[in-house]
Design a protein around this ligand. Sequence first.
Ligand code: ATP
Length: 308
Amino acid sequence: MTAHPRSPGVTVRAAAKVNLYLGVGRPRSDGYHPLATVYQTLSLHDDVTAATSGRWSVELVSEDGIDRDSFPTGEDNIVVRAGRLLAAHHRDARAASLTVRKSIPIAGGLAGGSADAAATLVALDRLWDLQTSDADLLSIGGQLGSDVPFALVGGTALGGGRGELVTPMLDQATRWWVVVPARSGLSTPVVYRHFDQLSPDAPEEVHVSEDLLSALEHPDNRVLAATLHNDLAAPAIDLRPELGELIEAGERAGALRGIISGSGPTVLFLCADRGSADRVRTSLVEAGQPRVLVALGPVSGTHVVEYA
Ligand code: ATP
């Protein structure tokens, strides 16, 4: 990554997520899909730096492979919406400049925007010493997006409602993942619409499988691999058939299981251990994949990494 001078302020780290289980139901009367999910944070992360300023602004610092054109540079960036919402909650008229150091692919199904929003809430809370309660941060996060509360909490957690009701879970094992971002993103609403077309009989209520919940108590990644599940995989692969081919290639290279992350198009491979993850990565790079990362999970939720 290119070296950039750090702006003064508070820097907060927020992790990408994978859904170990994603059950999706029929749309509710408010238009949202009911979800039953188990989230896990990955060591792949963005950092958000907040500094007081006369006006709201956002700047992107990114490594190669990030689709910079998809990053909104104005008021529609979720970090500005997060900052404004927190300031309004405290009836605070201040504004801030926000710098996002992005490694999480945009529109990749890894909830990078949600992670940035969660990091912004914590960064501004610390910068301005607002002492926002955890309950209020979670509720403001839930207003910004379904995945924001989990980004605040991190680790491994059960998600209900439209994803915003988060219950932390014990997962003491280290899970090794190979992450393969796609060249261009997939729109989450488009994938959900395709899910509705493919699954007109989706249930009203969804539940996480008992098999996955008990697999989480087992340190062996082989046990967990057999229980991973994503209801959005079929619509995502139908929209992008090459994702199915990629999953087969990674599994042939030794991964325990390849899955679509959330609404895709990022593909994640759960591997037995670090050595296996490195071998799968090498094999996919040799097969022509331009960006293949190794990440572990779970890691902690949003946390301060620098006061300057
Ligand atoms: P999810 O899995 O929650 O749908 P995602 O990983 O698929 O998330 P994001 O990277 O969060 O997708 O981005 C979704 C859309 O939000 C993008 O099309 C992008 O233009 C917009 N967006 C707004 N702010 C941000 C941000 N800070 N980072 C990334 N995308 C942002």
